[in-house]
Design a protein. Structure first.
Length: 33
């Protein structure tokens, strides 16, 4: 998954759900920084 797809997914869901997905990606080792 690239950044563009990630942004598109986050734009399609609510902030609370987005936070959960971000935490999931961080736990999986996704390079957000």
């Amino acid at each position: 998954m690239n950044a563009v797809k990630l942004v598109a997914i986050l734009r399609g869901i609510g902030p609370a759900e987005a936070a959960e997905h971000v935490e999931t990606l961080v736990d999986a080792g996704f390079p957000l920084y």
